[in-house]
Design a protein around this ligand. Structure first.
Ligand SMILES: *[C@@H]1O[C@H](CO)[C@@H](O)[C@H](O)[C@H]1NC(C)=O
Ligand SMILES: *[C@@H]1O[C@H](CO)[C@@H](O)[C@H](O)[C@H]1NC(C)=O
Length: 454
């Protein structure tokens, strides 16, 4: 029984028609497609030369690698798909176990000589070594490319700008009656597809990818071009934090320095420091923006105006300081003379009345003595009431002398505060400039931000 079953099995296996086995090589053999068959390589694969080869192109944006304003370079990473018809290739899938598509090395077949007009650097990313060939003669080539392209950028609204960069694809040698170019997907599909596959966006937010066909004529020959336009918007946050805000902070510091006392040049030092800080920021800006530009970038206007305002305010401080120094110098002189006279007179008067002492220097400035009184040496009155012994008299003399000195000093200071003509001028200039400064800033800032937003 066992033997019969075994025999039957052997007979059945031998009798069954063997299932047909196909390999890709069978198709290549059938097509006569070999590496040294020049038929497929040398010329445009059409049987009638008047037929144009129709190339369908699809470009999808994978990533925006860099946008360099300084050198006007746009570097996207794209995925390009090319499809064209090879009239020398066709097979019946039914004869080859239903094989509908094979992959062959790209060098074995003719390829359309498409190139990118804006490309300024050879692409060094690895090439896809194969192209796909389908049974009806459609050849598909897919490539990931890092396109280093030149792009005219408008940095007028930097860092709130939107850039538009083109990638123009066309054939180098074949004109319109030889190669026709068509986009595989229209603008909205390309945009949507790009959004889906987009890996990194970095500083830039991808907005749109649009495709347009155009013709280019030179010497009576016409080429067909496909123009892919990438629209992207800068994310301004980094630049706002790094640049716009610090300048605004320095401006407010400069404004606040109005409340620093004028004398002894402290304000001057402060303002110079702030101005230096701004110039460092200007250096950074210089590295970002291109030197040639049609219209001045708003950010340059922003910086220059603020810088100019600060410079003006520095000059104003220098003027005011000069006026004050001049004033106080003359004050000091007259004060010293006056007080010397008065003090001698007071000494002769044997320090009798308070009235006498208070007249010191009152001719120059109307210092309110009531105010000054409490600032004097506090022990004076107490001691004054206890003039008893000779020793305390000496002590009292010293005290009186000190008191006199302090009064002179107080008067001197108050003279500087309320002082002479140039002093008053200095104060007037100060106030007027502050009002001008605040007004200019509060008009300029809204104006420039509206410009940025429009
Ligand atoms: C391939 O070449 C052989 C002869 O070498 C020829 O008979 C055959 O028709 C060719 N096949 C095609 C598809 O051209
Ligand atoms: C370019 O020329 C071809 C053939 O003459 C024509 O069909 C096509 O509409 C033209 N395209 C444009 C954008 O003018």
């Amino acid at each position: 029984m066992m033997h019969v079953a075994f025999l039957l099995l052997v007979v059945f296996t031998a009798a069954a028609p063997s299932k047909k086995v196909c390999s890709y090589q069978d198709i290549l053999d059938y097509l006569n497609l070999t590496t040294n068959n020049s038929v497929f390589k040398l010329t445009r694969p059409i049987l009638d030369y008047t037929h144009p080869t129709t190339v369908e192109l699809d470009i999808i944006l994978f990533a925006i690698l860099a946008v360099i304003e300084k050198t006007q370079t746009f570097i996207p990473f794209v995925w390009a798909t090319m499809m064209w018809n090879n009239e020398r290739i066709s097979w019946d899938p039914a004869q080859f176990c239903g094989i509908r598509q094979i992959a062959v090395p790209r060098d074995m077949l003719w390829r359309p000589d498409l190139f990118i007009y804006e490309m300024i650097q050879k692409d060094d990313s690895p090439l896809n070594p194969y192209v796909h060939v389908s049974y009806d003669g459609i050849v598909t080539s897919e490539e990931d490319m890092r396109v280093v392209s030149t792009c005219k950028m408008d940095v007028h609204k930097f860092p709130f700008d939107t850039q538009r960069c083109n990638i123009t694809v066309g054939s180098a040698a074949h004109c319109i009656d030889e190669i026709r170019l068509f986009p595989f997907s229209n603008s909205s599909r390309a945009t949507q597809f790009s959004r889906e596959v987009m890996k990194t966006q970095g500083e830039w937010e991808f907005l749109q990818l649009s495709v347009n066909s155009s013709n280019y004529t030179i010497h009576d020959r016409q080429w067909e071009l496909l123009v892919y336009t990438f629209t992207m918007k800068r994310r301004p946050l980094l630049h706002v934090i790094n640049f716009l805000l610090p300048i605004l902070f320095f401006l407010s510091l400069d404004l606040a320095s109005y409340f620093i006392a004028d004398h002894r040049g402290e304000k001057l030092g402060f303002k110079v420091t702030v101005l230096l800080a701004i110039s460092v920021l200007l250096l950074i800006l210089n590295e970002i923006l291109p030197s040639m530009s049609n219209n001045t970038p708003l950010i340059a206007t922003y910086c220059i105006v603020i810088f100019a305002l600060m410079l003006l305010s520095l000059l104003e401080t220098i003027l005011v300081t000069y006026l004050m120094e001049k004033d106080s110098a003359s004050q000091e002189l007259s004060l010293r003379d006056n007080c010397k006279d008065k003090q001698e007179k007071v000494k002769i008067d044997e320090y009798n009345t308070d009235e006498n002492k208070k007249t010191c220097c009152s001719c120059i400035c109307k210092a309110s003595d009531g105010e000054k009184q409490h600032e004097m040496l506090p022990v004076s009155e107490k001691v004054n009431t206890r003039i008893e012994s000779g020793e305390s008299h000496v002590l009292l003399l010293i005290l009186e002398e000190l008191q006199e000195l302090q009064k002179a000093l107080n008067l001197h200071l108050s003279c500087r505060k309320e002082g002479g003509k140039s002093f008053q001028w200095a104060q007037r200039i100060n106030r007027a400039f502050f009002i001008f400064y605040v007004t200019t800033v509060s008009l300029f800032l809204p104006f420039i931000f509206i410009e940025w937003n429009s």
